[in-house]
Design a protein around this ligand. Structure first.
Ligand SMILES: [Zn+2]
Length: 324
């Protein structure tokens, strides 16, 4: 097999017809057919269309106008051009020109990725600094959220996380309306259950499982990709390059997502959390939660506050009881 580097074609992209005409051996309207191809010299990307010199069997030549195609040398040493579409459609995969084109495109793509990686690596210091700043901020977000969740108690935290997971934002409780009546001389009750929406919470998305961790993971992937990019050695595989390039291109998006999470956190903490006790069935947990929300006033005050809120809700909705 030998050294893979020796197999590589030189990539040369001609940007104008004039550049091709300057090649020694170039001939105008020089037909290329299925048998006279020798080698690929480069490809062309012209602003102005040029006439294709492919010669189909039994005809003079193709003559279609193309912006894209290849510059090739023929067996007689002369040089001509062939449009991209004709080069693709008229030769089977086993033809030398097809093999050369595949190799050439591969190499061209590899060089483009390499250039892009070099450009991206050039921004390493700046981008890693951006990531560090956002990571620090996001760690603080994560800390504030986890401290909030542990303060509201396990039941409330569980409910909030489930709401975030399911995309629900309403704090809903069941109200029971009781209507007494007498039937056949016996006292009876008609009970109607009504779902009551106590409040709607904003910014619950910030509590989604993996919301912060997902961004941290992507930040780590960027750091790893920078390391890998700096350690790249020939022969460089296209697949490795492409992977590095795609991770490094993610930086802007990661920064945006970190900013999004920061503003979602802000929106979450701007909620009026006084509806949270309605998420909690256990009365002891509810009382603890009330004390946390009130911050002052002790046990007795917390108990009264809960009773006041429940009474207000019953009155507003005309129900006799609340059920958790
Ligand atoms: Zn053609």
């Amino acid at each position: 097999m030998g050294d893979r580097r020796l197999d590589r074609l030189e990539v040369r992209t001609f940007k104008s017809e004039a550049e091709v005409r300057e090649l020694s051996g170039f001939k105008e309207n020089n037909p290329i057919n299925k048998t006279n191809y020798k080698e690929l010299i480069g490809d062309y990307e012209f602003d102005e269309k040029a006439q294709c010199c492919f010669q189909p069997e039994g005809r003079e030549f193709c003559g279609k106008w193309h912006n894209l195609g290849y510059v090739v040398r023929l067996q007689d040493g002369s040089i001509t051009i062939i449009g991209n579409i004709c080069a693709t459609n008229n030769f089977d995969a086993e033809a030398q020109i097809s093999k050369d084109r595949a190799k050439y495109q591969n190499e061209k793509k590899r060089l483009e990725s390499l250039a892009r990686v070099q450009e991206l690596v050039g921004n390493k210091a700046e981008n890693m600094e951006r990531i560090r700043t956002k990571r620090d901020a996001l760690k603080l977000t994560q800390g504030r959220l986890s401290s909030f969740l542990s303060n509201v108690g396990i039941q409330c935290a569980g409910k909030l996380l489930a709401m975030a997971r399911d995309g629900r934002r309403d704090v809903v409780i069941t109200g029971v309306r009781i209507r007494p009546y007498v039937e056949d001389g016996e006292k009876r009750q008609e009970r109607t259950k009504i779902p009551l929406t106590v409040s709607s919470l904003r910014g619950l998305n910030v509590l989604r499982a993996n919301a912060c961790q997902g961004v941290f993971d992507r930040m780590n992937a960027v750091a790893r990709a920078y390391d890998a990019a700096e350690k790249l050695e020939e022969p460089i595989r296209n697949r490795d390059l492409e992977e590095i390039r795609s991770v490094l291109s993610d930086v802007d998006h990661i920064v945006m997502e970190a900013d999004d999470l920061a503003s979602t956190e802000e929106s979450f903490f701007s909620n009026d959390f006084s509806s949270l006790p309605f998420l909690v069935a256990d009365i002891g947990e509810r009382a603890k939660l009330a004390r946390f929300l009130l911050k002052e006033g002790g046990k007795q005050r917390a108990k009264e506050w809960l009773q006041e809120m429940e009474a207000a809700l019953r009155t507003t909705h005309g129900v006799n009881k609340l059920e958790w």
